[in-house]
Design a binder for this molecule. Structure first.
Ligand code: NAP
Ligand code: ZN
Ligand code: ZN
Length: 347
């Protein structure tokens, strides 16, 4: 077989299954036989054709797990048959100012899976060897996928926030990112509050480890957090600027509103709680491959797993629609024929 199946965006909003020639990895690259790929809300920026610098056709997908099947020249760190993962930022240029200062995740000219290069909605993907992470044996490929974007994004944001055990920490938006954020917050030892829309998520949020669930359709999240003493940090994952801005009112003095969701609408902020109390608002962008490995290791250590629904690769359009409609509980993961074969072999 010298062809493989891929799902490409051929015009804004439209996905189709295509057959492509299997490519050879270039210098410093590997070819991966993809087993699974999670569907992240950020994929919408590729599928709607709005990610800056994007050209179509493009294969989306940046929560990719598979096995290396070919090595490009100069690749020494990885072996054929090894199970690896690829996230969003999958290769820094190494020469821009942030890279030269060691801040690779903020590279100004990165390889971005599913944006500058074809991603994981496919049976085969070419990845930069410097942009991949090793997958521990204790994690299945379906479970590892979502940890490579939704996982590392929330894990890094929380662990880098200068928090202390017992701090009041809220996670807003209980979707792909949020349901992992709740688990990480709980397992990092925080007093964990989940802020979601609707009553139906309460039971699940508590099962994931939330001490308290606030239905923001009934109760104002900021006021509730203030009544609890004020949050040291709020991790805002919901793609809604209008829902994020008012959360500042729920922060304790010196509290942090950490923005990881990327809404289309602007965020309005009241200056008073920022000035009087030194509260801050800042963003956090996913993580590097070694930080993905940290996320996977912590997930194994603390038995944290994404809650997933699987779809065959060919049904990517339906799976994507399910995520966009907010129906996924909580992450949709595409499984290729290689992924399905692995799964049945493991049974
Ligand atoms: N910073 C990064 O590196 C990074 C990485 C990955 C993703 N992202 C971004 O993070 C955001 C979330 O991604 P995701 O994959 O987790 O999306 P997702 O699975 O679609 O989840 C989003 C969740 O937000 C909830 N929500 C929407 N509006 C809300 C509101 N007003 N109040 C409370 N909850 C609300 C939705 O709940 P309902 O069911 O109630 O609609 C849904 O559960 C996206 O903007 C994505 O682009 C950023
Ligand atoms: Zn993502
Ligand atoms: Zn750079």
């Amino acid at each position: 077989m010298d062809t493989y199946k891929a799902v490409e965006v051929y015009e804004p909003g439209k996905l189709r299954v295509v057959e492509r020639q299997i490519p050879e990895p270039g210098p410093g690259q590997v070819r991966i036989r993809v087993e699974t790929c999670g569907i992240c809300h950020t994929d919408a920026a590729t599928i709607l054709g709005v990610y800056p610098g994007l050209t179509l056709p493009r294969v989306p997908g940046h929560e990719v797990v598979g096995r290396i099947e070919a090595l490009g020249s100069g690749v020494t760190r990885w072996k054929i048959g090894q199970r690896v993962g690829v996230g969003l930022i999958a290769g820094e240029d190494g020469v821009c100012v942030p890279c030269r200062r060691g801040d690779m995740v903020n590279c100004q000219n990165p390889v971005v899976s599913g944006v500058t290069t074809d991603g994981g909605y496919a049976e085969v993907m070419i990845a930069e060897a410097r942009g991949i992470a090793s997958i521990p044996d204790k994690l299945s490929s379906v479970d590892a996928g979502p940890l490579l974007c939704a996982g590392v994004t929330t894990y890094n944001a929380l662990r880098n926030a200068g928090l202390r055990g017992g701090d009041l920490v809220a996670v807003q938006g209980i979707g792909g990112l949020g349901h992992l954020g709740v688990q990480f917050a709980r397992h990092m030892g925080f007093h964990t509050v989940a802020l979601g829309r609707g009553a139906d998520k309460e039971k699940l949020a508590k099962e994931l480890g939330a001490h308290v669930y606030v239905d923001t359709e009934v109760e104002d999240g900021g006021s509730m957090l203030q009544r609890m003493g004020g949050a040291s940090a709020i991790l805002a994952t919901a793609p809604s600027g209008s829902a994020m801005g008012p959360l500042v009112s729920g922060l304790a003095v010196r509290g942090k509103l950490i923005i990881v969701g990327v809404p289309n609408d602007p965020m309005q902020l009241n200056a008073f709680p920022l000035v009087f109390g030194g509260r801050v608002v800042y963003g956090s962008l996913t993580g590097t491959p070694i930080e993905s490995e940290d996320t996977l290791a912590f997930s194994v250590l603390e038995n944290i797993r994404p809650m997933i629904e699987t779809f065959p690769l060919e049904q990517a359009a339906d799976a994507y629609a399910r995520m966009m409609e907010g129906k996924a509980r909580f992450r949709v993961v595409l499984v290729t024929s290689a992924g399905a074969a692995q799964k049945s072999a493991a049974k």
